[in-house]
Design a protein around this ligand. Sequence first.
Ligand code: SAM
Length: 201
Amino acid sequence: MDKDLQTMDSLSITGVRAPIYPIIAEQIVDELKIREGIAIDVGAGPAALSIAMARITNLEIYAMDISTEILEIAQKSIENEGFNDRIKPILGDVHQIPFQDHFANLIFSRGSMFFWNDLTTAFKEINRVLMPGGFGFIGGGFGSAAVKKKVKKQIKHQSNRPYENSPKIQVDDLETAVKDVGIHSYTIINDESGLWVIFKK
Ligand SMILES: C[S@@+](CC[C@H](N)C(=O)[O-])C[C@H]1O[C@@H](n2cnc3c(N)ncnc32)[C@H](O)[C@@H]1O
C-alpha cells in the first residue's frame, strides 16, 4: 500500500486524528438538524467522518473518493465498525459526481476541497446532486483549536517532523465559487474550527 495512504488510515480511524471526526460530526448535526435521508461524504478518504456521522444519525451514507486504494481501506473500516448496511464506498470525482440530480439530502466533506482542481465545477456538481432544501457542509479543519493543537503536537512527536498543512484556499475564492453556482443561502466559517461553507439549496 502507498505510504501516504497508510498514514492517512492510521491517523484517521484509530490514531491521533481520530478524535476530530466525532466533534465535526456533532457540529454538522447540531447546525443542520439532519438525521435521516441520503448523504454523500465527498473525498471521504478512510471514511472516518462517514463512520462518525453514521454513529449519531440514521443517514444512508455514500463515502465517495477519487482513489480506489483509499476506498479499499474505507471498506475495511466500515466493516470493522459494523456499518456495512448504511455506508457504501463509491468511486467518484467531485467534478463529475456519479449521482443523479436531487439525489442527496446532505453533502459533507472534510479536508478534500483543498485538492480539487476547479472549485466552481465542484460546487456546481454538489449543488446539482443536492435536492431542493438539502444541505452542504464543506471544508476542512480540526473541529476546535484545542483539538487542532493536540493533534498537531502528537503527529509531530510521532513522526519527528513538522505537521504538514493542507494547501490553502482563499476565503474570497471559496465565496466566489459558491456564489457563481447560484448558492445564495450560505455561511462561511473561518476560525479555529477550520474553513467551512455551510449552505442550503
Ligand atoms: C486529506 S484527505 C481527507 C480524507 C477524509 N475526508 C478525512 O477528513 O479524513 C483528501 C481526500 O480527498 C480525496 N480527493 C481528492 N480530490 C478528489 C476529487 N476530485 N474527488 C473526490 N475525492 C477527491 C483524496 O483521494 C483523499 O482521500
